[in-house]
Design a protein around this ligand. Structure first.
Ligand code: SF4
Ligand code: SF4
Length: 388
């Protein structure tokens, strides 16, 4: 295993982190197959993984609520006397916070679920711009100060899918951020905070963690023949997983890649890749760009995310509605895209809120008929996740 320093936290982390949001399950998402999941964690730790990532809602029955992942991780660490050997990371469910005391309430619940009296890295989970405004008004930074001074939390940070401008604003507002978890893979260099976000984290010496390195498995499953043909042309042959992970580990602005693993075979495979240095050459970089360009030809619309059509007077998040629809077409995994659509875009901002006023039309740089495109998005995703 190869280890990196996680920014100013000073933690030495394995460059592969164990994400526990997709553990193997039995009857339903909340019914973790503990025997199999324990084997996976044991193997991972024995072979050098030293950071486990969980969160309040992982393995809950619905999209949010208290999940089973934290409980499972807590039991596993306790039973194996591993608590002090492992960097334990979990996240505060900021969307569920309604008053200041909720921050402490959730932290106490999480400490109990995890059977510990301290958390190594505590992130504000999936910060959106409205959530950031809300928690700031509820003095979240005082809460984080208190967590650090009480020792209940060793290092603080946030995870987010926001755009670069907002990310910079959040980073600049609190000097004690030590870790940020953002989405990145070779298709998402200019999506959300992307490469600019990683550059800024490096400049600020904030540890960078990556989520969705395989886009929820979409970069490695059901590979379109056009993409496979490109990979087959490479001088150095790699599997799609190797391409995706080595692309990230060849970046000097990535400290740790979290992978939500579902089987022991995946753990073995990822550790094997994480344990070897595999330099991505200039030709490889060009091939990766060509693969990304080809994936983009499968898009559902031509939106370039320029933002000129925003804000919509009726609150529609035009950019992200069109983007999630595009991703669904590009990756051919409607359920995973629907999960993103319903969890990242507020109910009041989804495609069905478009009233067809046409006020945005003159501003579209791509001459898109935006209300018609939004109609397609609505037809595709429907108005509830269960649609899938
Ligand atoms: S047409 Fe729809 S998306 Fe465009 S401004 Fe009107 S409500 Fe907003
Ligand atoms: S103006 Fe057109 S291309 Fe630009 S973000 Fe809006 S819909 Fe997309």
């Amino acid at each position: 295993m190869i280890y990196n320093t996680l920014g100013k936290s000073g933690l030495e982390v394995s460059r592969l982190g164990f994400g526990t949001m997709r553990l193997p399950t039995k009857a339903n998402n909340a019914d973790i197959d503990k025997q199999e999941a324990s084997k996976m964690l044991e193997y991972g730790i024995e072979n050098g993984i030293n950071i486990i990532d969980t969160a309040y809602p992982y393995h809950a029955e619905g999209l949010s609520g208290s999940g089973e992942s934290e409980k499972f991780v807590g039991e596993f660490l306790k039973e194996n006397s591993l608590r002090d050997e492992i960097i334990l990371q979990t996240k505060s469910p900021v969307w569920a916070v309604e008053e200041k005391s909720d921050f402490d309430r959730f932290l106490e619940i999480q400490l109990e679920k995890l059977q510990t009296d301290y958390i190594d890295v505590y992130l504000l989970h999936s910060l959106t711009v409205p959530d950031w405004t809300k928690v700031k008004n509820l003095d979240v930074l005082d809460f984080l100060d208190d967590c650090l001074s009480s020792g209940k939390v060793k290092h603080v940070g946030f995870s987010s899918h926001i755009e670069i401008d907002y990310m910079v604003e959040i980073l600049d507002e609190y000097p004690k951020w030590e870790v940020a978890l953002t989405q990145m893979n070779y298709l998402d260099e200019y999506y959300q905070s992307g490469v600019m976000g990683l550059n800024y984290l490096k400049e600020m010496n904030v540890g960078s963690m990556i989520m969705e390195p395989l886009r929820g498995g979409r970069l490695v499953n059901n590979i379109p023949s056009e993409i496979q043909n490109l990979w087959d042309m490479a001088e150095t042959k790699r599997t799609p997983v190797e391409w995706a992970l080595q692309y990230l580990w060849n970046r000097d602005d990535v400290d740790c890649v979290l992978s939500g693993m579902t089987s022991l075979e995946q753990v073995r495979q990822n550790i094997e890749i994480a344990s070897r240095i595999d330099e991505i050459s200039q030709n490889d970089q060009e091939l990766i760009r060509e693969v990304a360009r080809t994936y983009r030809t499968f898009l559902g619309n031509r939106c370039t995310r320029c933002g000129y059509c925003m804000p919509c007077p009726h609150g529609v998040d035009i950019i992200n509605c069109l983007t999630e629809y595009n991703i669904a077409h590009m990756m051919g995994d409607p359920k995973a895209s629907a999960m993103q659509y319903f969890s990242l875009i507020d109910e009041d901002s989804r495609a069905d809120n478009c009233v067809g006023c046409n006020e945005c039309l003159p501003f579209c740089t791509q001459m898109l008929n935006i209300p018609e495109e939004l109609e397609k998005v609505y037809e595709y995703f429907g108005d509830e996740f269960d649609h899938f």
